[in-house]
Write a protein that binds this ligand. Structure first.
Ligand SMILES: O=C(O)CCC(=O)C(=O)O
Ligand SMILES: [Fe+2]
Length: 180
């Protein structure tokens, strides 16, 4: 969706859902990528991959989405949006990949136990990451995976102008006082 050469990591988070009202009647519908003006509104500047570590069923608190809503380049308008939503039901281990402008949320969990999800959020290389992965992810850990080259590209390691390279000059006290 974003493009093989321009895709980078943005953040990695975990969602844990238990029995209750969840996000309520709105199903928490939202776009992860909001406020993007036309003509860019339809471009996937962000995309999300929900890795379902437990089974998704309607009763278990499945992911909710409005199919095709990423083409509307707008935010969900309630209560109509929730009526259009459908559950994504899938076995544990599934990956739900979706465009940053898809209207999505989740149904409340009505059964005991937990729904556990890892949200791997990706961005176009022109977009700043939510987590400063290029500067703060331990580089040696990148070698400890199946495809270190792909990981390093997705992490955005090694690009220039990402952090301060030289000491920041500071004004001497009397110079700062003369200027004030
Ligand atoms: O499944 C959920 O509770 C919502 C997931 C979500 O909004 C996301 O991963 O961006
Ligand atoms: Fe989201």
């Amino acid at each position: 969706m974003i493009g093989p050469h321009s895709t980078r990591f943005s953040s990695h988070n975990c969602f844990i859902k238990w029995a209750g009202d969840g996000y309520g009647d709105s199903l928490g519908l939202h776009c992860d990528q909001g406020g993007v003006p036309q003509p860019w509104g339809r471009v996937a500047l962000n995309a999300n991959c929900n890795w379902c570590l437990t089974e998704y069923t309607l009763a278990n608190g499945a992911f909710a989405c409005v199919p095709g809503s990423h083409l509307r380049a707008s935010h969900p308008v309630q209560p109509a949006a929730a009526r259009e939503a459908v559950p994504v039901e899938c076995p544990k281990g599934s990956l739900i990949a979706f465009h940053g402008q898809l209207w999505h949320g989740a149904y409340p969990r009505k059964t005991p136990g937990l729904r556990v999800t890892i949200s791997n959020y990706f961005r176009h290389s022109a977009i700043q990451p939510q987590d400063d992965i290029p500067n703060h992810f331990p580089r040696e850990l990148a070698d400890d995976c199946d495809d270190p080259a792909a990981f390093k590209q997705l992490a955005g390691f090694g690009l220039p102008y990402q952090s301060q390279a030289l000491p920041v000059p500071k004004a001497r006290r009397e110079m700062a006082e003369n200027l004030s």
